[in-house]
Design a protein. Structure first.
Length: 151
């Protein structure tokens, strides 16, 4: 019950931010959906169905991911401007790289974290991460190592 009470306020706030409309009906639906999400998450955790764990130290990578978003915005705008000016569309490239391999809660959580945070950037995004080998399939519009953080 405590877990539900702790998760409900941030989930409700997230609902209101995503919806972007402030009315009583939206607030009622947001409260109901936040409660449903908090109860569902609590049940999943209690049954042991969540096989991913995170580390607070991974949050240090958020600064690099934010920088990568700015760098990637500039890269994408340059490519877009060049495509409009020349009339030719630039295609991206697919690459493989290594990441956290293995099974278990921490490697699973690491792969999920990398897939989530590295996909914020518009130039480079993670398509898949293999649990067995740790190989990541990335797509780059224009390869630039700065845009691949935290992956």
């Amino acid at each position: 019950m405590l877990r539900v009470l702790l998760w409900w306020p941030p989930l409700f706030a997230l609902w209101m931010l995503f919806v972007g409309e402030w009315s009583w009906l939206t607030a009622v639906w947001g409260a109901a959906m936040a409660l449903a999400a908090a109860v569902s998450a609590s049940l999943v955790i209690e049954e042991g169905l969540l096989d991913a764990r995170g580390r607070w130290s991974w949050c240090r990578e958020l600064g690099a991911a934010t920088t990568a978003m700015v760098v990637d915005f500039v890269i994408v705008m340059r490519v877009l401007t060049a495509s409009i000016a020349t009339g030719r569309r630039r295609v991206g490239t697919f690459r493989e790289d290594t990441s956290a391999a293995g099974h278990g809660p921490v490697p699973s959580g690491r792969r999920a974290w990398v897939a989530l945070v590295a996909t914020w950037s518009p130039n480079c995004y993670v398509l898949d991460i293999s649990p067995e080998t740790g190989r990541r399939l990335l797509h780059d519009l224009r390869p630039d190592r700065r845009s691949e953080r935290p992956s």
